[in-house]
Design a protein around this ligand. Structure first.
Ligand code: GLN
Length: 547
């Protein structure tokens, strides 16, 4: 029978509940258990697909095309399993299901209410994932205890204890223990209040993870234990870590995984963390640096590009370098072309995005990297911008553009596919989830992947316009990957350039800490070559690192 761990949060949002759930998942997986993680989100949007990345961070795409919360990215990266749409449920999707059932007459004339109908649907979403081959299902409840929207979720997970039995359930509460400067102390009161709030919903936590900026004392943990009725071993401290990949190790040192295994009656062998430790030490001990410019529209919220940043970090760890990111506001690029800032970079990423703002800056950045031999990696919209730059400045196709941004362009080198033109429901027209691409033999990308057929995740509406393909391919521009039917261009690259490669997909979603996405690995390598060319000392640092 599947064991259930529920992770709730208190005191403040953004405490790292998702990372706690993900880290715990890894620790349990390293004990040989099959772990699945899911996120319940109390907001009303049916999925995060329509939410502004400025506000909510990136939309993470699963293999099966789910547009999900960015925490699923943490889960996948930490437990190294591909999750599905089912791992993310929002209030909106739960109500939609209940209302649709009501319209079909499935409630047989009953009054449809939050309890039991909404709570039953929440429980159904949890149970769907508790399949026979899942040893542990970790369910993170988004939001903070005390929020109005969270109540049905707390009620559902409270009921779960009776449904699956005392021994099969563990509630973990993540709280903040703030440091108050003037009194020079960490304070436990907010944690106490938050546990009280959780108990008033009928949930007594088994474990409390105390987030703090600096480590807190045993005495303080003892106090929290006494006041919240949680055994001392169940109160663990997770101070800020220098790398998020350190969190599983910190939680393991605090004994959280072992405590949880005992309380769930699971076998409790030591987890095998050798590889994870080696990874963390590669991440923290790298001294050489490469500077990567990320040309974005949402650069004020780093989470908007979370998977891209993580994929760069994975590639950095692979090569033993720290990737330092220069966040560049796309609208400012054109004003920067004559300064040294872009030239001083070792590489530039043009990430995905929607909407016109900053487009000309991204196109200008593409052109600058092309002309100055700067490694450039284009992701989705990035491929489109690089194509537009090439069309305008090399093929001299005047006012070439994407019809997303200039519907009257005489040269829509990026356009909607024929079949999509008449669909008015925006949500329905996206190419979402995993698609296969056939790589051109002997192309740069096929050498990078080491395979001819690859699959990556997608999330976009517009495509390279095949009507122009021959014109492009008459030059040093190579369409190096295409859909199996040959209709869609999936990868592009430039001959005679150190690295000017782009994909219509989002390979960042499949990057893993110990298995960087191939394109990111090769891009960081190219950036490293450029950095070495400019600073030969780097070579020596790298050598020292690998010895
Ligand atoms: N806006 C572009 C499209 O819809 C690119 C989307 C993206 O970068 N994810 O095709």
């Amino acid at each position: 029978m599947t064991k259930h761990i529920f992770v709730t949060g208190g005191v403040a949002s953004s405490l790292g509940k998702g990372l706690t759930a993900a880290s715990l998942g890894r620790l349990l997986k390293q004990r040989g258990l099959k772990v699945v993680i899911q996120k319940l989100d109390p907001y009303i949007n049916v999925d995060p697909g329509t939410m502004n990345p400025f506000e909510h961070g990136e939309v993470f795409v699963t293999d099966d095309g789910g547009e999900t919360d960015l925490d699923l990215g943490h889960y996948e990266r930490f437990i190294d399993e591909n999750l599905t749409t089912e791992s993310n449920a929002t209030t909106g999707s739960i109500y939609s299901a209940v209302i649709a059932a009501e319209r079909h007459g499935e409630y047989l004339g009953k009054t449809v209410q939050v309890i039991p109908h909404i709570t039953d649907e929440i429980k159904r979403r949890i149970k769907v994932l508790a399949t026979e081959d899942t040893d542990v299902l970790i369910t993170e409840v988004g939001g903070t205890v005390g929020d109005i929207e969270i109540l049905p979720f707390l009620e559902a997970i409270r009921q779960f204890r009776l449904d699956v039995g005392e021994n099969n359930i563990c509630y973990v509460h993540v709280t903040l223990v703030p440091y108050i400067g003037p009194s020079g102390e960490h304070k436990t009161k907010p944690t106490q209040h938050s546990v009280t709030e959780l108990r008033s919903a009928g949930i007594q936590p088994h474990a409390i993870v105390c987030r703090s900026n600096e480590p807190i004392s045993d005495d303080l943990e003892r106090k929290i234990s006494r006041l919240s009725n949680v055994p001392f071993e169940g109160v663990v401290n997770a101070p800020d870590a220098s790398s998020l990949y350190e969190i599983p190790l910190l939680l393991n040192e605090e004994g959280l995984d072992s405590y949880i295994c005992d309380s769930l009656g699971l076998d409790n062998p030591e987890p095998d963390l050798d590889d994870w430790r080696a990874l963390v030490s590669r991440v923290v001990s790298a001294t050489a640096r490469v500077r990567i410019g990320l040309i974005g529209k949402y650069v004020s919220l780093v989470d908007a590009y979370l998977s891209v940043v993580e994929a760069l970090n994975h590639a950095g760890a692979h090569h033993g370098v720290q990737v330092e990111i220069d966040w560049i506001q796309a609208e400012e690029v054109e004003g920067m072309l004559s300064e040294g800032r872009l030239k001083d970079l070792d590489g530039i990423v043009i990430p995905g995005g929607f909407g016109e703002r900053g487009i000309e800056g991204k196109i200008a950045a593409a052109g600058f990297t092309r002309e100055n031999d700067i490694p450039c990696l284009g992701l989705c919209l990035g491929l489109q911008c690089m194509t537009i730059d090439f069309a305008r400045n090399v093929l001299e196709l005047e006012r070439a553009h994407s019809s997303e941004f200039d519907p009257s362009s005489p040269h829509p080198v990026i356009d909607l596919m024929e079949s999509q033109r008449d669909v008015s429901d925006m949500g329905g027209t996206m190419r979402l989830g995993t698609y296969v691409a056939q790589l051109k033999p002997e192309s740069q990308v096929s050498a990078i992947y080491g395979e001819d057929v690859v699959s990556e995740r997608h999330r976009h509406r517009y495509e390279f316009n095949s009507r122009y393909r021959a014109k492009f391919e008459d030059t040093n521009f190579v369409c190096s990957g295409e859909s199996p039917d040959g209709r869609l261009v999936e990868f592009i690259e430039l001959k005679d350039h150190p690295f000017w490669v782009a994909t219509q997909a989002h390979p960042e979603f499949k990057s893993r800490p110990d298995r960087p996405a191939p394109l990111f690995r090769a891009f960081v390598e190219a950036a490293l070559h450029r950095a070495e060319g400019r600073n030969p000392q780097l070579l020596q640092m790298e050598e020292e690192f690998s010895n």
